[in-house]
Design a protein around this ligand. Structure first.
Ligand code: MG
Length: 360
């Protein structure tokens, strides 16, 4: 069969001649022949399928460089996987932006319940505990709870312990600072920036600074809401009406592979590299935090924990302890005892905070 002119090929492939010329220049879709005299591009009929795939991928919003990569793969499972990976990233980005949009909407539309004469003021009742576990030589975790700030950080590398301590210390001024209404998001972002600098300062003093850093998962009580900032694989769970909800998403390689459909959650749980982080506070690491704002309800119980708990203690056991043990101090002790009863392979940190009416 003869070659197709660019006009005919454009109609068949649903791509404009202008796009086809661009894709030729980028090496994405090379014409079968370019007329040496006229410079006209000519395409083979069998190129239509690939051109239509390019058109579909453009409609998905895939960047051209990535389309080029898909086109180098044989049509089949490898190309399918590449599209699945791309789409999982789009959905993760959208979820993070949705949380941020919700945060802004809630924050900007929020009315101070203290202004309402019938509302009783709420506060948090809290406890924090961190333990070395039974295998590690030192504790690189840091756990903190105060009347406004709750935080867990899990340090790694040669300077893991000072890194996690520095990250949490950098947030502690939030305990006492007055935060002007409408400024919460900026205050939190600035605090994360300060924590990042503090960790960089500490990690830079180690023998292998590129490998030292920390996770950081923190909540700030505003008087009626809890603002969450989260980087890494420490977790926050909310116990509400007897049900336990994990409200953070792990920034780990295995979690992104689960999101992309390349691993099952069970495979991820037993994966040898399950603790490999894709976001952290540390030199060279992606330190963009997830941020959310939660309206507090009386009776809510929050758990912040390092992976030393969530890796070895089944979720149902965690839920049972949080449901049955009344005092936060006792709850954190029992959770850490459970981790150590399961071998205590890692440092383990827990913060438990109850939202309750303030006694006046
Ligand atoms: Mg850990």
């Amino acid at each position: 069969m003869g070659l197709l002119t660019i006009g005919t090929f454009a109609k068949a492939s649903r791509l404009s001649p202008k796009a086809l010329r661009l894709y030729d220049e980028l090496g994405l879709l090379t014409p079968a022949r370019v007329d040496p005299v006229s410079g006209y591009r000519l395409y083979a009929p069998e190129q239509v399928d690939q051109a239509r795939l390019v058109a579909w991928l453009r409609r998905l919003g895939m960047p051209l460089a990535r389309i080029q990569h898909v086109c180098t793969l044989e049509a089949g499972p490898a190309a399918a996987q590449e599209i699945r990976t791309f789409w999982a990233q789009v959905e993760a980005d959208t979820a993070a932006r949705r949380d941020l949009a919700t945060f802004l909407i809630n924050h900007l539309s929020w009315k101070d319940p203290a202004m309402s004469p019938t509302a009783k003021p709420l506060g948090i009742c809290y406890a924090a505990l961190s333990d070395t576990g039974l295998v590690r030589e030192s504790n690189q975790d840091t756990a903190y709870a105060g009347s406004r700030l709750l935080a867990v950080a899990d340090g790694y590398g040669s300077q893991g312990a000072p890194a996690s301590a520095a990250a949490v210390d950098a947030l502690k001024h939030l305990e006492t600072d007055s935060i002007p209404a409408g400024n919460l998001l900026n205050v939190l972002e600035d605090a994360i920036e300060q924590a990042k600098h503090a960790v960089d300062g500490v990690a830079g003093t180690g023998s292998s600074p590129e490998e030292a850093g920390t996770t950081l998962t923190a909540m700030l009580w505003t008087g009626s809401q809890l603002a969450l900032v989260h980087i890494g694989d420490s977790r926050v769970c909310l116990l509400r009406d007897g049900e336990l909800f994990q409200i953070t998403h792990d920034h780990t390689m295995v979690q992104s592979m689960v999101d992309e459909g390349r691993l099952t959650p069970a495979e991820a749980a037993s994966h040898p590299q399950r603790s490999l982080l894709i976001r952290a506070l540390g030199q060279g690491a992606d330190a963009v935090p997830d941020m959310r704002l939660h309206d507090a309800q009386q009776g809510d119980r929050y758990l912040l924990c390092s992976d030393g708990l969530s890796t070895v203690v089944p979720t149902e056991e965690i839920r049972r302890v949080l449901s049955e043990v009344r005092e936060p101090e006792q709850a954190v002790r029992e959770l850490i005892a459970l981790a150590n009863a399961s071998g205590g392979p890692d440092n383990v940190s827990c913060v438990v905070a109850d939202v309750m009416e303030l006694q006046q």
